[in-house]
Design a protein around this ligand. Structure first.
Ligand code: PMP
Ligand code: GLN
Length: 384
């Protein structure tokens, strides 16, 4: 049995969702929205299921979707992708797996930035790579130039970068993007960029892709997810974009993972990307309003929130809130006493985890958020 999997705990998202289901708690753990959910793409998927094909689509994706992804990035991120550079996958998770399997040879070293999305480390290891972990600074979540330089060696081939970042809800600083680009050029690295949260950047800020940096067009794999753009996380439809020599290798890995993804979902997402810009912008504004509502509620309870510039999440600093419990104990306590599930940030660390931070998902109806706040208000006096 592969020890990577034998000794691995169930992911924190599944574990907390299971606990929430068992206890009837409000699930502010795993990131999925109550809304807004794009009804138009659901109607289009049903229509395609009834009236178009239910058979295997092309391995790299339907031409309509590959064109729509390229068009969407041209409009929103000024990228000049050719549809042939887009490979459709079953969620961003499959894209990450395919990219790492395709680009890592046994013994290669891969730079990962901590906190890290939980899939990266086991996938790097399973692909035969050795992870070199770069700790981001723990107040502004910036990349330290010296830590980055000291993690690079002669076997370093790749870096994996998540921006906007889950869990800290930050957008990369332009200087950090420039630093990463220069590092990739100087050391001949490929950047695998997990940008699934690109459509959920708040306060009027643009999303900047590492692929836009000078020299990065030819050495970036840019990964996206329709689940996040349309509020349909269960659809598991994503894509990876890269220059042709890389895209060809990515497609080879994808062909033996899932080979292809449901055609009706692909048609629907293609039409959605072509026609739903106004809805996507309105959904973003609605999430921003939920963020503001929930953060104000947390602050009124004396909980210190970190800035949330993107994603469905906000993080509470327990120590700064006068709470001495560690993140796991706090999550256990609020599950039992407040009926609220959350995620301990230590789950996003492979080593030397901070234990004073807890992530909450605010992508829920106001009434649900209010019930969660009421539960926390009851529990907090006992926890302080
Ligand atoms: N990467 C990050 C950073 C995520 O937060 C998520 C899910 N929220 C994924 C990848 C997985 O995306 P998908 O559901 O499309 O597989
Ligand atoms: N990305 C989601 C989150 O951060 C969870 C996805 C999953 O459960 N694998 O909550």
């Amino acid at each position: 049995m592969n020890p990577i999997y034998r000794d691995m705990p169930t992911t924190i998202f599944e574990a907390m969702s299971m606990r929430a289901r068992e206890t009837g708690a409000i699930n502010l753990g795993q990131g999925f929205p109550d809304g807004p959910i794009n009804q138009q793409v659901i109607v289009m998927a049903c229509d395609a299921m009834h009236h178009r094909s239910n058979q295997y689509p092309p391995m790299v994706g339907l031409p309509e979707l590959r064109e729509a992804v390229a068009g969407w990035y041209a409009r929103h991120q000024a990228l000049d992708l050719n549809p042939a550079e887009v490979v459709v996958t079953s969620g961003a998770t499959e894209a990450i797996a395919a990219a790492l399997l395709a680009l890592i040879s046994p013994g290669d070293e891969v730079l990962l930035f901590q906190p890290l999305y939980d899939a990266y480390l086991p996938l790097v290891q399973r692909a035969g790579g050795t992870a070199r972990i770069v700790d981001m600074d723990r107040t502004r979540w910036r990349i330290d130039r010296d830590s980055l330089a000291s993690a690079i060696g002669p076997r370093t081939r790749l870096l994996v970068f998540n921006d906007p970042m889950n869990p800290m809800s930050t957008c990369a600083h332009p200087d950090d993007l420039a630093l990463l680009a220069r590092t990739c050029l100087d050391h001949d690295l490929i950047a695998v960029c997990d940008e699934v949260w690109e459509a959920l950047v708040y306060d009027g800020a643009p999303h900047r892709s590492l692929m836009q940096q000078p020299g990065m067009r030819e050495r970036t794999v840019k990964i996206g997810s329709a689940g996040k753009i349309f509020g349909l996380t269960g659809w598991k439809l994503g894509w990876m974009c890269a220059a042709p020599p890389i895209a060809r290798v990515l497609a080879k890995a994808h062909q033996f993972l899932t080979f292809t993804s449901p055609p009706h979902l692909q048609w629907a997402v293609a039409e959605g990307l072509d026609t739903q810009d106004a809805w996507i912008a309105a959904a973003r504004d609605e999430h921003q309003a939920s963020r503001d509502f929930f953060c104000a509620g947390l602050q009124a309870l004396g909980l210190a929130t970190l800035p949330s510039a993107a994603t469905y999440f906000v993080t509470v600093d327990l120590a700064a809130s006068g709470l001495v419990l560690d993140d796991i104990a706090f999550c256990e306590q609020i599950l039992a006493r407040a009926g609220v599930a959350a995620i301990p940030i230590s789950a996003f660390y492979a080593e030397s985890a901070p234990t004073h931070l807890v992530r909450f998902c605010f992508a829920k109806h106001r009434s649900t958020l209010q019930t969660a706040l009421d539960g926390l208000a009851r529990a907090l006096p006992v926890l302080r």
